[in-house]
Design a binder for this molecule. Structure first.
Ligand code: FES
Length: 229
């Protein structure tokens, strides 16, 4: 099993699951992160830790293009720079009070973040219209999920699935099951070395989301059983 690269683009949410003006906490290789959208729908991914006293920013509130901490209300702008300390509203916060942002981008119906220190442009994947299916947590190493996706037969049934789909991995954390007008794209988010989340979208006009959702549950059962052997 090939280890996932520590410095790369990884999906952190289905784009449709993060509404404008909301924040959600998750993990990437055990790193606590907050995924949020400002009121203009621009996505951001940051360390999930307020520089003041360490409160999780994912518990806070979006105020326009700022994210406000729940504890003392400090507000951070889209670059992570602190812009307001409510207890000292006249004060201009120093540049050192800043939340480290991760490079992030929206692509293929998912929000992606880069785990390295510098990156831009997003994962090298061609954009195409997709529809969200679901995200599903899996209690197995991300590499095990990736490996099994590589030879899984795909869903069968009257949605067009033949049970004999082609599988490709155009990026370390993305598997495409099927091809052409009918494909399921599955992004793998490593929560840790032992757990992951699969984010699934459908590309093309075909595909039954409910059937694919059931297929993902079957896949989870199979890969989790394999992981404990
Ligand atoms: S801990 Fe966030 S503002 Fe105090």
């Amino acid at each position: 099993m090939t280890a996932l690269p520590p410095s790369a683009w990884y999906p952190v949410a289905l784009a449709a699951d993060i509404d404008p003006g909301t924040a959600n906490g998750t993990r990437l290789f055990d790193r606590e992160i907050v995924v949020w959208r400002d009121s203009a729908s621009v996505p951001h991914v940051w360390e999930d830790r307020c520089p003041h006293r360490g409160m999780r920013l994912s518990l806070g509130f979006v105020r326009g293009d700022h994210l406000a901490c729940l504890y003392h209300g400090w507000q951070y702008d889209a670059d992570g720079q602190c812009r307001l300390i409510p207890a000292h509203p006249q004060m201009s916060p120093p540049d050192t009070i800043r939340v480290p942002p991760l490079a992030s981008v929206e692509r293929l119906g998912m929000l992606w973040a880069h785990t390295g220190v510098e990156s831009s442009g997003g994962p090298p994947l061609e954009e195409r219209p997709v529809r969200p299916v679901r995200s599903i947590a899996v209690d197995c190493p991300p590499e095990a999920a990736l490996s099994r996706l590589g030879y899984f037969s795909g869903p069968t049934g009257d949605d067009g699935g033949s049970g004999d789909w082609t599988v490709a991995a155009p990026a370390p954390s993305l598997v495409v099951v099927g091809s052409g007008d009918h494909a399921i794209l599955i992004g793998i988010q490593p929560l840790s070395t032992r757990q992951c989340v699969l984010h699934a979208v459908i590309a093309g006009p075909g595909g039954d989301g409910l059937r694919i959702s059931h297929w993902l549950e079957e896949f989870r059962l199979a890969v989790e059983a394999e992981a404990v052997q």
